[in-house]
Design a protein around this ligand. Structure first.
Ligand SMILES: Cc1cc2nc3c(=O)[nH]c(=O)nc-3n(C[C@H](O)[C@H](O)[C@H](O)COP(=O)(O)OP(=O)(O)OC[C@H]3O[C@@H](n4cnc5c(N)ncnc54)[C@H](O)[C@@H]3O)c2cc1C
Length: 462
């Protein structure tokens, strides 16, 4: 906990307007987008940082006084990764949100950590380039938060995740030291790739103050196919058929019957509510290649008993379908006072077992579940609607989560594909990671942050 004298010290070296210390102001930072009951605390102070030097100053001071620092972007992570477990200082990056350099010829962009993904994407697209990582909330999500969670999204199947688009990072260590990691070139075979260690480290190893991003040419054209199936197995077979046709879709997303029906109940979008599940398959590339791709996708789908196949070329029609898919979380939230989503991943060959298993587990525990996912990756998001204040429902949720994780592990998968661990999955980490690997991770943490001030209480217990 910060003492009054700590607050006075920090006020002397930072702009007064950039510090929040009133309880009602700090209260807004007590939560993120996770929806679980855990022991969290209010931050003692929230600081809007404006420069790297300020971040260094705060880190150095916090390290000397052993005060926790919790970096925060838009606060949209779903695992309690930017809440405070023992008070401390929240660093708010919304004033470090600039695009610093854009080099279309090198296909790179330098950005501050608070830059919003939508702005990065729009800037890239203005020069015919593309930044592919696309968490569904990319309109608000920051690059700092995406780097810390190694965010993915619908396009990960073809284009990879955030980790594939970071050329270099500038980071501030717990003691205030500034490090540049990576070279900014697309290939780099010099030394250990420490920037990859920071990506996905959930703010526990270092504070990102600048990132250089790799961009790629934006595909010239795209089109969307929607198709419905009587079983999950047929849908997965359809996906395998598409790959056998040598088509590499940008996205292969999935909605189960409950998800479709719930979207239609609250946001009518013209989806077919009679079938067991739906696939959304987006192809992209040269305009001249689109019809060939669509023909092959359609052939593979028909061979696997798809029905109601629709080919969409118009951007507005495509966007309407994607809006329906993205609305599934909001729609599920209307079924009960609360909604909790999860994020398991299995090899695609086990996907239908995973989806069915999630349904059976939720049914067993009397929980309403709408399942969506990124089928290409084998990534399943069960969205569970419930009342978190009802003790019985909450217990059922925790039991169901634990069973869902065990199932994912037994099918050769893992407990998070893209949302991370935060505080939510901390007690499951030792079930999935090699115990020796955990020991190495803890030693790495000690090397970067010997006082344990960076985002304490996340990923694993020290
Ligand atoms: C509706 C919805 C849909 C979503 N869909 C997807 C999806 O499809 N795919 C996906 O992968 N995720 C998804 N997410 C999760 C979320 O988008 C990502 O976790 C997101 O990238 C977090 O960004 P943020 O700016 O909100 O970060 P925050 O939530 O603020 O922070 C996330 C983590 O980053 C750390 N952090 C923030 N800034 C820094 C920094 N400068 N230096 C070091 N650490 C930092 C924080 O301490 C915390 O550990 C979704 C979330 C919502 C609410």
């Amino acid at each position: 906990m910060l003492l009054k004298s700590n607050i006075e010290d920090l006020k002397k070296v930072l702009k007064k307007d950039n510090i929040l210390f009133k309880e009602e102001e700090r209260y807004c930072y007590a939560e993120d987008s996770a929806n679980i009951k855990t022991e969290t605390s209010l931050p003692d102070l929230v600081i809007f940082v404006e420069t790297t030097e300020e971040v260094q100053r705060v880190a150095k001071y916090a390290n000397q006084h052993k005060i926790p620092i919790i970096s925060r972007g838009a606060g949209t992570n779903m695992v309690g990764s930017c809440v405070c477990t023992e008070g401390g200082i929240v660093l708010n990056f919304s004033k470090m949100n600039k695009i610093l350099e854009f080099n279309p010829d090198d296909m790179t962009m330098k950005v501050q950590p608070g830059a919003v993904l939508a702005d990065i994407k729009n800037m890239a697209e203005s020069a015919g380039l593309f930044y592919p990582p696309d968490p569904a909330n990319f309109k608000v999500s920051t690059i700092g938060g995406s780097i810390a969670q190694s965010s993915g999204g619908a396009k990960s199947f073809k284009y990879g995740t955030t980790k594939d688009y970071i050329l270099s990072l500038k980071v501030v260590l717990a003691d205030g030291t500034l490090l540049r990691l990576g070279s900014g070139t697309v290939k780099d075979a010099v030394g250990y790739h420490l920037n990859q260690l920071i990506i996905g480290s959930e703010g526990t190893l270092a504070i990102v103050v600048e990132a250089e991003l790799k961009l790629i040419p934006k595909p010239e054209s795209n089109a969307l196919v929607t198709a419905y199936f009587d079983s999950i197995e047929s849908a997965v077979n359809g996906v395998n058929g598409i790959i056998r046709e040598r088509i590499f879709p940008a996205t292969i997303d999935f909605m189960d019957k409950n998800a479709i029906n719930t979207v239609e109940k609250f946001y009518p979008s013209g989806l077919n509510t009679n079938k067991e599940c739906m696939l959304l398959i987006e192809v992209d590339g040269f305009a001249s290649s689109i019809s060939t791709q669509l023909n092959r996708v359609e052939k593979a789908l028909r061979e696997n008993n798809a029905s109601d196949i629709k080919l969409l070329f118009n951007q507005n029609d495509m966007e309407a379908v994607w809006t329906a898919r993205r609305a599934s979380y909001g729609a599920t939230a209307k079924l009960a006072p609360d909604v909790v989503t999860d994020d398991v991943i299995v090899p695609r060959s086990s996907l239908s077992k995973m989806v069915k298993g999630c349904k059976d587990i939720c049914n067993k525990h009397n929980l309403q579940v709408c399942i969506v996912g990124h089928v290409g990756d084998g990534n399943v998001h069960p969205q569970i609607a419930l009342n978190l204040d009802n003790d019985e429902e909450y217990k059922n949720l925790m039991d169901a989560k634990s069973e869902i994780y065990s199932l994912a592990i037994s099918l050769g998968g893992t407990i998070s594909a893209e949302h991370g661990v935060g505080i939510e999955k901390i007690s499951y980490v030792d079930k999935i990671l090699d115990s020796n690997a955990i020991e190495y991770m803890k030693q790495i943490k000690m090397l970067f942050d010997s006082n344990g001030i960076l985002n304490p209480g996340k990923i694993f217990k020290m």
